[in-house]
Write a protein that binds this ligand. Structure first.
Ligand code: SF4
Length: 499
């Protein structure tokens, strides 16, 4: 994997990568087309399934997660006890290094040579794959998107759709180059090529690794949702399975699972249910248990099941103002809805495993605001992410809070702070605002028809955009006219009649 994409030298500024992405027209087209389609699909799927109950439903889901997070210590203990009773081994990892060490110790003990891995944000976060490879364990990503990313030595660009930034032709080229396949751009054929390649590896694998979408405290169960069934194969074929899961993935009981499955599938891919939704409780060598759970006599599944509960900064996020961020179920809906994610050509510009609005909010907390000083500014604060979020996370407020902290701690650049001070001074007085906006209109109207880059720092704006033109009339004049006419056409008279 191109490590530098997701783990750049720090501090990382999104503005260092955004301009190149903004000028890459084909990248823009892939990302825009995919995200717009996904976002429209989500809206439609939620409207059809939930209608006016949608808002209540997402509030309810958010409340279940909040309750779990408020009592996380008790639920974690409950999960550990239930999972252990069911035959799993539960490990605790305070950080990425200890999570990887646990995985490597297990791989070494069983003398693992081939590992099949399903898509997992937690393993991306800990950079597990390169460590396994360095330890001599050949590791294959089995999610099709992640597999393509691995072949290309690239990095995932989206939480749910890692190859959102690629087209069929680039996938076809990778398969010709690395799998000795004939060139085809047919998605069905490409899938069959990958399938045939992976099946052989699944048969040889002695270790399977996955993440987990949910953990159920009551039963000690691990829930994995995929559309390709690859995670199920990583669990059922190799004799040993490791699931690396963030501690925030807990929900209290099985009865709470359906609401999250409904919301996750519709928010991520506009499906009523993810195609393979698997609940794993213990392993075949575990003690026989009550009806409905896997028993010791069950022939399928691993002989050893290890669940690693990963903290890696999450306990810090449990502090009250940021706790709601841990409600995230990684559906990716906020990425698809975000105009900035589209404008910067997908996730690579964010320089972190988590991109889009959720990445812009959690990364500075997990990795330090000083290391990602401008991520929180990569938002228009339009609120689209909040409306898309199925667990009702107030992402815009979290972004504003980060900006405030950056200003208070003098992390944002001095010129930016000076401009914001000036802006505040102007906005505090109607007279000053009127003079400043009149001045801006005058300057911008002089630039009309002159498509030249603006000077100094303003050049960052015009390097990939045309110089903004003022409207025919200013806002105040428009507002006054609207009040006077009180009709239903809210456009200025000068604009009426236009399509
Ligand atoms: S913040 Fe909300 S919308 Fe974004 S990935 Fe998480 S759950 Fe989905």
């Amino acid at each position: 994997m191109n490590e530098g994409v997701l783990f750049p030298p720090l501090p990382h500024r999104i503005e260092s990568r955004a301009p190149a992405a903004a000028r890459d027209i084909s990248l823009q087209q892939f990302v825009r087309h995919a995200t717009v389609t996904k976002d429209a699909g989500r809206v439609d799927a939620c409207r059809v399934a939930f209608g006016e109950r949608y808002d209540d439903l997402r509030r309810h889901a958010g409340a279940i997660k909040s309750h779990t997070l408020d009592h996380l210590d008790a639920y974690l203990d409950r999960f550990e006890a239930a999972a252990t009773r069911a035959g799993a081994t539960v490990h605790w990892a305070a950080d990425a290094a200890s999570a990887n060490r646990i995985c490597l110790d297990i791989a070494k003990r069983i003398n693992a040579k081939v590992c099949v891995k399903s898509k997992s944000m937690a393993t991306e976060e800990t950079r597990l794959l390169p460590e396994l490879e360095a330890a001599g364990v050949k590791t294959i990503e089995t999610d099709l998107g992640e597999f393509i990313v691995q072949l290309d030595g690239d990095a995932p660009s989206h939480i749910v759709t890692p190859v959102i930034h690629k087209n069929r032709a680039s996938v076809a080229r990778a398969f010709v180059r690395d799998l000795d396949a004939r060139y085809t751009e047919d998605p069905g054929e490409l899938t069959m090529i990958a399938r045939a390649h992976m099946r052989k590896l699944f048969e040889r694998a002695d270790l399977g690794i996955s993440g987990g979408n949910f953990l159920i405290a009551e039963t000690g169960s691990l829930v994995i949702c995929t559309n390709e069934g690859n995670a199920d194969l990583t669990v059922s074929l190799p004799p040993v399975h490791i699931a690396l899961v963030g501690i925030e993935k807990l929900i209290p009981a099985m009865e709470h699972l359906p609401i999250f499955l409904k919301l996750l599938a519709r928010s991520a891919t506009a499906q009523p249910l993810t195609i393979y939704t698997t609940i794993i409780t213990g392993c075949v060598t575990g003690p026989a248990r009550s009806a409905g759970q896997r028993s010791g006599a069950d022939a399928d599944g691993p002989r050893e099941l290890h669940v690693i509960l990963l903290d890696n900064g999450r306990s810090e996020l449990l502090r009250a103002p940021t706790r709601e961020l841990l409600r995230c179920i990684r559906c990716g809906a906020c990425l698809n809805a975000c105009p900035v994610y589209k404008a910067v050509g997908g996730g690579h510009a964010y320089g972190s495993v988590y991109s889009g609005p959720i990445g812009a909010t959690i990364t500075p907390h997990l990795k330090g605001l000083h290391n990602y000083p401008d991520l929180a500014t990569a938002s228009s604060l339009c609120g689209a992410c909040f409306h898309a979020c199925p667990v009702h996370i107030d992402l815009p407020s979290q972004l504003i809070s980060l900006r405030e902290q950056a200003a208070q701690r003098h992390i944002s650049p001095a010129p930016e702070r000076a401009v914001m001070k000036l802006w505040r001074w102007i906005m505090q007085s109607p007279t000053r605002y009127r003079i400043a906006s009149g001045l801006a209109r005058f300057v911008l109207s002089r630039l009309e028809d002159v498509d030249i880059p603006l000077p100094g720092p303003l050049g960052a704006w015009t390097s990939c955009r045309t110089t903004p033109r003022p409207g025919a009339i200013d806002f105040r004049a428009w507002w006054n006219e609207r009040e006077r006419t009180k009709d239903n056409d809210h456009r200025p008279a000068s604009d009426r009649g236009r399509a």
